[in-house]
Design a protein around this ligand. Structure first.
Ligand code: NAP
Length: 287
């Protein structure tokens, strides 16, 4: 029988535990985790994400700061802002909300973030650690998916995992994390031939493409675990996933809904990694 993976409930549970750990951290070391979110311009979707991140961070007892910058800011000025937070001791995590305005070279800016504070895991040094099988700061969405699979006791050892979508933010880091757990991983994309047949091999199918209800039951093996990363708006403005939930749920063993699946876990992992960065700043444990 299909079971829904309740990302919202798991996120609440982990964020509750984090809030307790933050109280303990304050008692033990006299610090609380500090997160700064930097938002350039007024992209409406980014505004919503940033507000949600700030609300969750404050609820867990973090110091949270949002820096809102004009989209006319120069690359040099933005680098100065990043440098300021790299050097601020009570900030342990720096999140630069993407996308950046077109005149700014996002690669140069992301490279400027101190890898120890790179809670989104996009700095090439963190990407390198991940690919070397020694993950440090990991992109939050795949990290959240791994947490859900662990919570729901999904055995990955030797299993066929198929990922649809090869972005740097989701698909590629997801592949490495699954590989680390000894899954056999296939990473597919827009040029993959016979995609439904390839996807149908999957014991675990992860979909991150950004096309509403693209994946139907024709892509899914009976009993597969299906993780839907997509966040799309239908013609009525309703939030929908990349997976046609109603079509796929009857044959999946586990499936994430949209909303209430992957999304809440992404924010939770952002908080978790900021907490870990704060802990490392006092215990001086290896980064
Ligand atoms: P992205 O950077 O646009 O990458 C999309 C990927 O999907 C690309 O690799 C692309 O292939 C592939 N693709 C597109 N159309 C395809 C098709 N018809 N068949 C097979 N592959 C196809 O997207 P992203 O940043 O990874 O995000 C994907 C979705 O996840 C979006 O809806 C986004 O909003 C959502 N998202 C959600 C969260 C969350 O927290 N819930 C976090 C991040 C992203 P090519 O490489 O060949 O172009």
């Amino acid at each position: 029988m299909t079971k829904k993976i309740d990302g919202k409930a798991l996120a609440q549970k982990i964020q509750g535990q984090l809030a307790e750990k933050v109280v303990q951290m304050k008692a033990d070391y006299g610090i609380v985790p500090g997160l700064v979110v930097i938002l350039v311009g007024d992209n409406p979707a980014s505004q919503v994400y940033v507000r949600n991140k700030e609300r969750s961070a404050l609820a867990a007892g973090f110091k949270s700061k949002t820096v809102r910058l004009s989209d006319s800011i120069s690359e040099e000025e933005l680098l100065t802002v990043i440098e300021q937070y790299n050097n601020e001791p009570d900030i342990h995590g720096i999140l630069l909300q993407l996308p950046l305005p077109a005149h700014i070279n996002d690669k140069r800016i992301l490279m400027a973030i101190d890898p120890k504070k790179d809670v989104d895991g996009f700095h090439p040094m963190n990407t390198g650690h991940l690919w070397n099988g020694r993950p440090q700061m990991v992109p939050c969405t795949p990290a959240g998916i791994m947490e859900m699979l662990r919570e729901y006791h999904v055995d990955l050892e030797g299993k066929q995992a198929v990922i649809i979508g090869r972005s740097n933010i989701v698909g590629k880091p997801m592949a490495q994390l699954l590989l680390d757990k000894n899954a056999t991983v296939t990473l597919t994309h827009s040029r993959t031939r016979n995609l439904p047949e390839v996807a149908k091999q999957a014991d675990i199918l992860i979909v991150a493409i950004g096309r509403g209800h693209f994946v139907t039951k024709d892509f899914v093996k009976e009993g597969a675990v299906v993780i839907d990363v997509g966040m799309n708006r239908d013609v009525n403005g309703k939030l929908i996933g990349d997976v046609d939930f109603a079509d796929v749920a009857p044959i999946a063993s586990l499936i994430t809904p949209v909303p209430g699946g992957v999304g809440p876990m992404t924010i939770t992992m952002l908080l978790e990694q900021t907490y870990q960065a704060a802990l490392r700043s006092v215990t001086k444990h290896d980064y």
